[in-house]
Design a protein around this ligand. Structure first.
Ligand code: FES
Ligand code: FES
Length: 155
């Protein structure tokens, strides 16, 4: 039988304590134990960025981090950031620019974009492309996504 451990972490501002399997990934913990399904699971190998989360303020791949590694950490998901000013503006711009089709990549893309914008610089189009280069989108061809982020940056 697999080893289980008790963890306590702060998820979207709320303290959460659970017993988890030692090898459960953080994104699976959030989706399956807490019902936070905004973070998606694509490749499960750290490649696609669909599972992007914030842990202690830094963007991480939720499929590469174990839930037990988040013990004592502050974890933010797209659900928790939905009140933030940048995310609201990004969501509006994504909608207006048709920057999503199936939407599978969108939560991770929004978190990556929000991270860039909240660093309070004025990134160039190339820098925007570089910053989202770890977030794959199979539908849009990226043009509309970069347009949407650029609009918020320049707004
Ligand atoms: S599911 Fe984590 S990077 Fe693809
Ligand atoms: S909108 Fe479908 S993967 Fe990006």
């Amino acid at each position: 039988m697999e080893h289980a451990l008790d963890i306590t972490l702060t998820v979207n501002g709320t303290s959460v304590s659970r017993r988890v399997q030692a090898r459960q990934h953080l994104v699976d913990f959030l989706r399956e134990e807490l019902g936070l399904t905004g973070s998606h699971v694509g490749c499960e190998h750290g490649v696609c960025g669909a599972c992007t989360l914030r842990v202690d303020g830094k963007l991480v791949r939720g499929c590469l981090m174990l839930a037990v590694q988040a013990n004592g950490c502050r974890v933010d998901t797209v659900e928790g950031l939905s009140d933030s000013k940048e995310l609201a503006r990004l969501q509006k711009a994504f909608h207006e620019k048709n920057a999503l089709q199936c939407g599978f990549c969108t939560p991770g893309m929004l978190l990556a974009a929000q991270d860039l914008i909240s660093s309070s610089r004025k990134p160039t189009r190339e820098e925007i492309r570089l910053h989202i280069s770890g977030n794959y989108c199979r539908c849009t061809g990226y043009q509309a996504i970069v347009d949407a982020i650029e609009e918020v940056v320049n707004g």
